[in-house]
Each structure stands twice: as C-alpha cells, then as structure tokens.
Write a protein that binds this ligand. Structure first.
Ligand code: GAL
Ligand code: ZN
Length: 683
C-alpha cells in the first residue's frame, strides 16, 4: 500500500493526523485482549459509529517485544491493515509507559523510588525512573523498531508517544536520579557557589562545597530547602521531557510527515508535575485527556477550564481531546454515571474550545484487568444500550461539524497561570495551609465563566496586549520579566485584577528587598505591611462606598496604599478599617487588588468593576448555558451548550444555519435543555 505522502522528509513536522479529513472521533483500542474474529465486528461497529481514528498499541510492549530483542509484530501488522482497509486512521502508540516484566528482571534499578525511599514494584503501570539509562535505551529501542516497521505504513496518521507522562509517578529519588539532578543543576548554575546563592543555603547552614554532596529533596526531618524542592520539580519536568524528545526525534526521522504527540492532562485536578508551557512547544499537535470530577457540582466548569488551558499551551492552535469517558470512570471514590446527553455535551464543549474532535478511553469494555468497570464506547451491555446509541449519535454530530476544522476560539480575557508558581505555593511552611493556588485559579475561572467570558491562559511573561482584561490568581512566584510585563500591560491601557499572595518571591523563592509584593508594588500602587491569615472557618466583611458588602475567608492583610484608592475596606477581622480591595490607575490602564479570599457571588462584584474598566459588557445569557465562538475562513461558529434542564433561547446577530439539525436560523436559536447547538454565521 502506498504512503499518502511522498517519501521525502518534510522540513516542518505536520501538525494534524495525516490523511484525517474529518474531526477525529474514536478512542483507545486495545484489541489484543480479544481473539481476532472480534476485530472484524469492532471495525464494522466503528464504521457504524462514524469512528475516524483509534489509538492503538499504547500498552503493548510486552506483546511486541516478548523478550529483549525478540519481536512479534504479526498481530499489529494485521490490525493496522484491517483498520486501513476500513478507512480508520491510526494513532499509533509507543508502549514505553509499561516496560515488560523481563525488562525489570534485568534492570530492577529502573523502578522508581519515592521521597521516603520506597521502591515501587512492577504489577501496575508506569513504574519508571525517567533518569534510568537502561529505561531510556530500551524505550528508544522499541520506538525505533516501531518507527522502522510502521513509519511509512499508510494507516499511521499520528504517533502517540508513551501515555500521560507525569502520572502516576513523575519524580524519582533514586541514586541515578540524584546524579541526573546534579548534572541539571550544574547546567543551570555553573558553579556550586552560584547554587548556594540561589538556594540561600546560608540559612540553617546548608552551604555545599561539592556537587556530589547535593541530593534530591528526599524525606527530611523538617522543612526541606524550598529552592531545592522547586528546582527538583523543574528538573523532574525537564528530565521527563528529555525522554519524550528522544522518542519524538526518532519518529520524525523514521516517519516523515506523521506528527508526534503525547497525551497531556492539563486539568490541574489531574496532573501537577509537568510544566505544560514547555511541553506544549515540543509536540507537533497538542492532545489532552480530561476526566470529569464525577461528584463535583457544575463539573462542566472544570472541563471548560481544562480545554482552555489545553488550547493555550497549544498557542491557540487547534488541539485534540484524545481521551475522556462516555460514562463513569472506575478510579474515583464514587463513579457517578453521566446522565443522558452529557456525553455529547462534554464532547462538544471541548470542540467549542478548540478541540478538533473527541476521543475516548476506550473502545470496547475490558473483561479483565484494572479497568473493566470503566465506561467505554461499546459497553459490556453491547449495542442494545443507551451509551451505544449516544455514541452513534455523537459520531453523526461530529460529521456535521466538519466545517469548524481549523477555526480559532475567540477569547475575551486572559488568566495568568504558571506551573512553577503553583509548585512553589505547595511547599511547606506557607502563611496558611488554607491557601491553595489551584483553588484560586478555579475560583477566578468560575467567576469569569459565570460572566460568560471566554478566556485564554497565558504565561506571566507572554504578550498580553491583545486582552482588555488579565486576571492574576495567586501568582506567588514572579520573575522580574513578568513584573515588567504586567507594568507595561497596565500602562498601555490594560486592566489587571490581582489576587493576594501574588508577586511575593522571585524564581528562587526569595523575597525581593522591601515590603511585599515586591514584583507588583508599583503596578498595584500599594504595599502589604503584614499578612493576617484567618482561623479555620473565620470570615471577614468588606464594604465599599456604595454599601456593597462582601464576605471573605482564609486571608486578610494590612494593605498600605501608595497611589491606589481603597474601594472596599475591611469592616471587621484583624485588618478592620484597612483597605481590602483597591484600584490603581497607572498610565492608560488600571490594576485591581483583592486582599482576601472571595469566591462566587462574593467575587463577582469585584470582577464586574474590573470588567467595566476593561470595557467588557455584561452578557444576557442564562447561567450554565455555555456560549463560545470559533472563527474560521468560512464563518463564525457559535457553540451554545445548555447544561440546564430548561430550554434556552439565544439572540443571534443575523441569519445563520444550525449545523447539528441542519435548520436555518434567523435572529435567535433555541437550545433545548441538556443539548448543544452550533450556529454558523457569516464572518
Ligand atoms: C487515563 C489513561 C487511560 C485510562 C483512563 C481511565 O488517564 O490514559 O489509559 O486508564 O485514564 O480513565
Ligand atoms: Zn530514579
């Protein structure tokens, strides 16, 4: 069979699955669990459901390399041919997330070690020390075999390196990792003296004379040096990224024209250990896995946030949802099933926010192993099931959305996010255990969502000039470059809204000389004389000049204005009588500061004032009706997802066409309860 692309190496790697001319629809397909007769049935049903791509081979190392250097590719050859004959594109995995038992027989030292010194065992998946030379070599070798054999196979549309780097184990504290960490440090600092300065090792007499004396931050009797821990977190993300890049580079060489991805988990609820700003730059196509927190109230907000974060790490370019679930998962405390229609709503919510399709874990329900109670596209109940009917319907829906391919999401505002600042805030001995950077990001995001504003996430040093409003939720660690960036943004006419515990330390967890917040004093026009965290359950009241009263908890502090005007002040609590929320005019813009923890209806009045400064008008859309716009060459696509149990009517600017029902619209569209509508409007 002929490869759809010429055999010449393409100079820039492709960024969309080769030969896939529709939105991607399908899932993880692990057919090695069944006799081959079943495969024929699988493929017939895939066609019935409109499946356009499946991910295969992700966990198959032990089946492909049965002992070191002994290979069995026959089954995968037959599988790829079958899929190809049926027009189903293949996202081919490199199976390097589960080295086989024989590998650990030879290399038990490649099993990862926890901070407490526990060596994990084989028997689950992902037991990998990413600094192990034996692992690196074996992973490169099986990847090379696959690249040679299938690099130009006509079925192969995309390479899926590894699986969800960063979980279940990311950091390893073994001796090989310690060695690797020292090399990374030597690269970053050049000399031990520089390292001593950056880490502030004078304190508690931690001064080092030799590289060899430096260890990973293993379990210590009391708080471990925060800069050491922060660097170890950075090292961990970088060390894992090196392993991705090694496989990627091999595949680029052996499989020209086929993009290489690895599935991210950008949701802050799912993976903490990777700096996805750096990772996003290294993949040809950003792909993401998202799982709802099934029991959480309004969990569609976490979904939207994960989708926005994914698009942002993709630099606004199209991305792809590579995994989510058709119904319940099996690894949460209570695996609540999705309600009818939720599967489509979830899928289309990802598409609304830039995903070029929707894929699932997994195609057919496993009969054995750890994930047999996880929902699938083809459940144990078979095709006589609600889930199957919804899967077929979604395939048809995605078929009608072909036109949205390549269009870009329109954002109203930006939220600053930095994984490194998050890591720093999770270290020991902070002003209060009740402060949580992720909670602040979730909370501000939800407030923006409830105002029906679509947001991009941005790195603190990114160009912000295109956004009328930038929100900064607890950005504790801030570099000088970020500080300059925010000053220029506001002076240039932007509106900034900043949470407490922002701009407190530099990249080494060191407080700049002078009062807090060192990096933001001039942009906010204030200093903070003293933090005054609250007792568990304690609240404080805030009031503005017009009598608008708000309630905060967790945090208060003594704000000393230096140019900023107090807008809300504390009525009670430790800082009673002092400013609580301030506004500072700087150049052509304004910077808001919120010194207590405000959430939901308590946060909204402050956000409303910042939105007014930014010229972001209020939108008359019912709560929990999600409206997002994508713009492409052939029009604007208005996605309206109704998460409520009442129909909603949305006004439209002019005549258009609803793509899922094929019905023309004029002036408005009705979005039935629990459903989605996608209206194409002229540009
Ligand atoms: C993902 C993983 C899949 C499957 C799924 C279950 O994190 O990549 O292989 O385990 O979770 O929800
Ligand atoms: Zn290790």
């Amino acid at each position: 069979m002929e490869h759809p692309l010429s055999s010449e190496d393409s100079p820039t790697p492709a960024s969309w699955p080769l030969g896939l001319d529709r939105l991607a629809y399908g899932g993880d397909y692990n057919p090695e669990q069944w006799p081959e007769e079943i495969w024929e049935q699988d493929v017939r049903l895939m066609r019935e459901a409109g499946v356009s791509m499946v991910s295969v081979g992700i966990f198959s190392w032990a089946l492909l390399e049965t002992e070191r250097g002994e290979y069995d590719f026959g089954w995968l050859d037959r599988l790829l041919d079958l899929l190809h004959e049926n027009g189903i594109r293949v996202d081919l995995g490199t199976p390097t997330v589960v080295p086989p038992a024989w590998f650990y027989r030879e290399h038990p030292e490649a099993l990862p070690v926890s901070r407490e010194g526990v060596r994990y065992e084989f028997g689950g998946r992902g037991a990998i020390c990413h600094s192990s030379p034996a692992y690196q070599q074996a992973a490169a070798s099986i990847t090379e075999q696959l690249g040679r054999r299938y690099g130009r196979h006509p079925a192969v549309a995309l390479w899926h390196v590894h699986n969800e780097y960063g979980v279940p184990v990311s950091a390893c504290y073994c001796d090989a990792s310690a060695e690797h960490f020292r090399r990374w440090l030597a690269d970053r600092y050049g000399t031990v003296k520089e390292l001593n300065e950056a880490w502030g090792t004078t304190f508690w007499g931690q001064r080092y004379n030799r590289w060899g004396d430096i260890q990973p931050p293993r379990a210590t009797p009391t708080a471990c040096n925060p800069a050491q821990q922060l660097d170890f977190a950075r090292f961990t993300s970088d060390a894992i990224l090196e392993n991705f890049k090694r496989e990627r580079d091999l595949l680029h060489r052996l499989s020209p024209g086929v993009p290489v991805t690895t599935n991210f988990m950008t949701a802050l609820s799912q993976c903490e250990s990777l700096d996805y700003w750096a990772w996003g730059r290294e993949v040809d196509l950003v792909t993401n896995d998202h799982y709802l927190i099934a029991e959480a109230d309004r969990n569609h907000i976490n979904l939207a946030m994960s989708a926005d974060l994914t698009r942002s790490v993709a630099g606004g370019r199209p991305w792809l949802l590579l995994e989510h679930s058709t119904g319940a998962v099996n690894w949460q405390p209570r695996n609540i099933a999705k309600v009818p229609g939720e599967l489509a709503r979830n899928s289309l919510a990802h598409v609304a926010r830039g995903s070029e399709g929707a894929m699932f874990f997994q195609w057919r329900a496993s009969r054995y192993g750890a994930e047999k109670f996880h929902s699938t596209m083809l459940p144990h109940a078979g095709t006589e099931s609600r889930i199957w009917r919804e899967v077929v319907a979604l395939g048809a829906d995605l078929g009608s959305l072909r036109a949205v391919r390549g269009s870009r999401v329109v954002a109203d505002a930006a939220v600053l996010w930095d994984w490194q600042s998050w890591w720093a805030q999770k270290l020991e001995w902070r002003p209060t255990m009740d402060h949580d950077a992720r909670e602040r990001a979730d909370s501000w995001y939800a407030a923006l969502y409830d105002r029906h504003l679509t947001v991009d996430f941005a790195h603190p040093e990114a160009d912000l000039s295109g956004y009328p409003l930038v929100v900064v939720p607890a950005l504790y660690l801030m570099t000088e470059a970020a500080s300059r960036n925010l000053r220029e943004y506001v002076a240039g006419g932007g509106t900034l809204a900043v949470s407490y515990f922002s701009g407190i330390v530099d990249e080494n967890d060191t407080v700049p000389a002078g009062p807090h917040p060192g990096a933001l004093r001039d942009v906010l026009g204030l200093t903070v004389e003293e933090f005054a965290p609250l007792r568990a359950g304690e609240t404080v009241r805030l009031r503005d000049g017009g009598g608008c009263e708000l309630t905060g908890d967790v945090w208060s502090e003594f704000v000393v204005p230096a140019g900023a005007e107090p807008v809300w002040s504390y009525l009670d609590g430790p800082a009673a009588g002092h400013p609580a929320v301030t506004r500072h005019s700087l150049g052509d813009g304004a910077a808001w500061y919120v010194s207590s923890r405000l959430t939901g209806a308590q946060l909204d009045p402050v956000l409303a004032r910042a939105c007014a400064d930014a010229g972001l008008a209020e939108r008359q859309i019912p709560c929990d009706v999600e409206v997002v716009e994508r713009v492409g060459e052939h029009g604007r696509y208005l996605f309206a997802i109704n998460h409520t149990s009442a129909d909603a009517v949305l006004p439209l600017a002019g005549p258009g066409a609803e793509l899922l029902t094929g019905v023309p619209t004029d002036g408005s569209v009705t979005v039935p309860a629990n459903s989605t509508r996608v209206v194409q409007l002229p540009r």
